[in-house]
Design a protein around this ligand. Sequence first.
Ligand SMILES: O=C(O)CCC(=O)C(=O)O
Ligand SMILES: [Fe+2]
Length: 201
Amino acid sequence: MTTAPFAIDWHALIDPKLDNFIATGTMMLDDVFHATDLTALQAESGFIEYRQAHLTHGERESAIRGDSIRWIDESCPVGLAYLGAIDELGRYFNATLYTGIRSSEAHYARYPSGFGYKWHSDNPKGRDERVISAVFYLNDNWIADNGGAITVVDKTGETIQLLPQLNRLVVFDSNLLHQVEITNRTRFSIATWLRRDNRVL
Ligand SMILES: O=C(O)CCC(=O)C(=O)O
Ligand SMILES: [Fe+2]
């Protein structure tokens, strides 16, 4: 039997974790996509051209943010298929939590060794269009010594730290503070947002 690319049963994956997500604002999902989809995402993430990411005020400050990014658009067909699954995730949240999500956006990110992304929330001051952040990781065999964990302060004030392991989706309320610890190895991910507005990329 073959499965359609990026077909996900979000109910099966998330229903058991939903109460905890409501309480903490964070959730870790492992083994999300099939191996063929992962290989395709890894290939695309290694092939595309990246540009240095900037902070919201437009300046590059590598002491705060060291990643290079590539927004997913028509030139990234695998990324678009991934975004199709993310739109399904938005529908899931709308049906279960009345989140009012209307659009999604995502970029590939590559952090060189020696860089991270210091404490921030994904909604710049005074903005609230991003409802849920989700970061998907593309790195085989990541170990703690490689650094590069994501650290999130959850709604209860607890700090959680998760490694950027292949096929892991870390989901959190976009208003929560988080950072990427300095990585000791090139680190690939897809930063993803579910939004309440109809942003056109
Ligand atoms: O890559 C991660 O773990 C998080 C990235 C992030 O916080 C962002 O791009 O806003
Ligand atoms: Fe972030």
